[in-house]
Design a protein around this ligand. Structure first.
Ligand code: 15L
Length: 268
C-alpha cells in the first residue's frame, strides 16, 4: 500500500520544495521538517509543519512517530568544514536513522550525491554509464559524508531490516546549467517520479541508485532506477542550446568535476 504519512527532512531546501507538490496525494499527509520553517500550508494542502535541527534526538524521534516512510534530505548540500560536515551530515543522518528505528518506520530514502563517487574517471563510464554499484570515490568532505550516509543506511538495513534506498543525485535543477549538467541532470518532475518509485516499489531492501533524468549524454546507468520502477521522461539534451560551457581550465576528467579540486573543508 502506498505510504499515507511521509516525513521529509530538509523539506524547505531545494529538493524538498520540488517534492512537496509532486508527492502530494489526496490520501497522503506530508510531514515537513526543516531547520527553517517550511512555507505555510496552501488551502487544502495536507501537510504537517515541524521546525527542528536534524541533530536534535528528541525532535527527530517525535517527527518519525506514526509515519510510513521517511525521505531524508537534511544536511549541507556542498562543501563545509570537517566539524560541520560531521555534525550535520553524519551525526544528523545517524540521529535520523535512530528516530526511524525507535519509531518502527519500515522505509527510508536517503539523499546521497554523485559526489560520493566524484573521483570516478569519466573515461571509464562505458556505453551504459557507471553502474549503480560503482564504488565510493568521494571528492570532498561533503562527498565523504554521503558515503557515510550510504554506509549508515546499509547498517540500519542489515541490523533492523529497514528498507533503505540511497539516491546518488546528479544535478537537480529546473534546467541544466552547464555542459556537465547535460549528463547528470535530474529534472524536478523526474525527481518526483524517482522518489515516488522509492516509496512504492515493493521490498527494495538496501540499494544505491543514481538519481538522473533520461539524458542522451549518458554517464550514469539507468538500470537501478528501472529496477525500482522509475521511468524518467526528461532529457537534458532538449536544453543543450541554452547551457553555458564548463568553466575554462576545469578539466572534466571526473564525475565530480569542480568538486575534485575545491579546497577541502572550505565552505563553497
Ligand atoms: C550536489 O550534491 C549538490 O548538492 C548540488 O548543489 C550540486 O552541486 C550537485 O551535487 C552537482 O554535482 O551539480
Amino acid at each position: 500500500m502506498p505510504p499515507r504519512r511521509i516525513l521529509i527532512t530538509g523539506a524547505a531546501g531545494k529538493i524538498g520544495v520540488v517534492l512537496r507538490s509532486r508527492l502530494a496525494r489526496p490520501d497522503r499527509v506530508l510531514r515537513l521538517l526543516d531547520l527553517h520553517p517550511p512555507a505555510p500550508a496552501e488551502p487544502g494542502e495536507r501537510v504537517e509543519l515541524r521546525t527542528a535541527e536534524i541533530t536534535d534526538p528528541e525532535a527527530v524521534r517525535e517527527a518519525c512517530e506514526g509515519v510510513d516512510a521517511v525521505i531524508h534530505l537534511a544536511g549541507h548540500s556542498r562543501e563545509h568544514t570537517w566539524q560541520d560536515i560531521l555534525s550535520t551530515n553524519v551525526d544528523g543522518t545517524r540521529n535520523l536513522l535512530e528516530g526511524v528505528r525507535a519509531a518502527g518506520v519500515p522505509r527510508v530514502v536517503l539523499a546521497s550525491s554523485n559526489h560520493a563517487a566524484g573521483f570516478l574517471p569519466v573515461a571509464e563510464a562505458g556505453e551504459e554509464g557507471f553502474a549503480d554499484e560503482a564504488p565510493p570515490r568521494p571528492d570532498t568532505y561533503y562527498g565523504f559524508s554521503k558515503v557515510a550516509l550510504e554506509a549508515l543506511g546499509s547498517l540500519y538495513h542489515s541490523r533492523y531490516g529497514i528498507d533503505v534506498v540511497c539516491l546518488r543525485i546528479g544535478a537537480c535543477a529546473p534546467r541544466p546549467h552547464d555542459e556537465r549538467d547535460l549528463s547528470i541532470w535530474l529534472s524536478p518532475d523526474d525527481a518526483g517520479r524517482l522518489f515516488e518509485a522509492c516509496l512504492t516499489t515493493p521490498s527494495p531492501g538496501y540499494r544505491v541508485v543514481w538519481g538522473v533524468s533520461r539524458n542522451t549524454r549518458r554517464l550514469l546507468s539507468p538500470a537501478g532506477g528501472e529496477q525500482i520502477g522509475y521511468h524518467p521522461q526528461d532529457d537534458a539534451e532538449d536544453h543543450a542550446a541554452e547551457v553555458v560551457p564548463n568553466r575554462p581550465g576545469l578539466e572534466r576528467d571526473h564525475l565530480g568535476a569542480s568538486f575534485t579540486t575545491l579546497p577541502l573543508g572550505e565552505p563553497g
